[in-house]
Design a protein around this ligand. Sequence first.
Ligand code: GDP
Length: 314
Amino acid sequence: MQSTFPWGDVSVYVAGHRGLVGSALWRALESAGVGKLIGWSSKELDLRDRDATFAAITEAKPDIIIDAAAKVGGIMANSTFPVEFLRDNTLIQTNVMDAAHACDVERLLFLGSSCIYPRHATQPIRESSLMTGPLEPTNQAYAMAKISGIFYIEAHRTEYGRRWISAMPTNLYGPGDNFDLQSSHVLPAFIRRFHEAKVAGAPTVTVWGTGTPRREFLHVDDLAQACLVLLQHYDTHETINVGLGDDMPIRELAETVASVVGFEGTIEWDSSKPDGMPRKLLDTSRINELGWKPQISLRDGVASTYEWYLANKA
Ligand code: GDP
């Protein structure tokens, strides 16, 4: 395979193709006309099972693997279950990469998250901030697993000359998201909370923290396009950020989601719940130089995600 290739000539295994990110990748690869798409649901293949993972991947022998399989969750799930977040993610990524190595997969893209960067990293956060300070405690276990994944990618490049890469997306949302209030991230939680309050005619909705932390929100379809660009054009050992380049206070996100959903009551803030990282705005100059920029505005993205929620979950 050359450094750029026609999608029609390659087979791609998307690990985690039923998840928020994996299903967006699947849609994007289908539209790009990829030669063969491979995916197993977690019931068909438990990626924590090393033997089963080796058997499936070495038999399929894909040209490209995108590793979007992970145990993910919002601030509460992440801080309540550090054992599962560290163990499952380490097992999944190690098994996938070792199996990929065993059958000479030439291109592999490993996806992490912006929580890998130090809590007090200089904003906007450059890729070179990795490992320059202590992590945010509420998502430390997940971050530790993902950091070891980044280094595992680098190690395969250095030791075996593999053309594998890693990318770190900012906070993501979109169709197929997790709307469970205990384990979800903030944006789907707001959609559900405001929708249920509107339907019930409740005058107030209580949400977590102070509303002052800042976050950026990228639609998963924008991330999927970024991944296609990276597989074609990015081939260096350093990880690469995928973000919007712009963030907002959680309080402003709450107002936007409430307005899209049509909740007109009062929003109350429960400051006994954790705020998490004060800010994690990614510096996106590196990926912007490759010609990628997000296309979906927050308002449009929230509106289409709300439609998906109404059709599938409400
Ligand atoms: P984080 O980016 O890893 O901190 O993950 P989250 O998306 O879970 O949380 C982002 C911010 O939204 C934090 O400051 C939370 O306290 C705040 N937040 C407010 N209400 C909620 C909620 O109902 N669910 C979640 N997950 N976060 C909330």
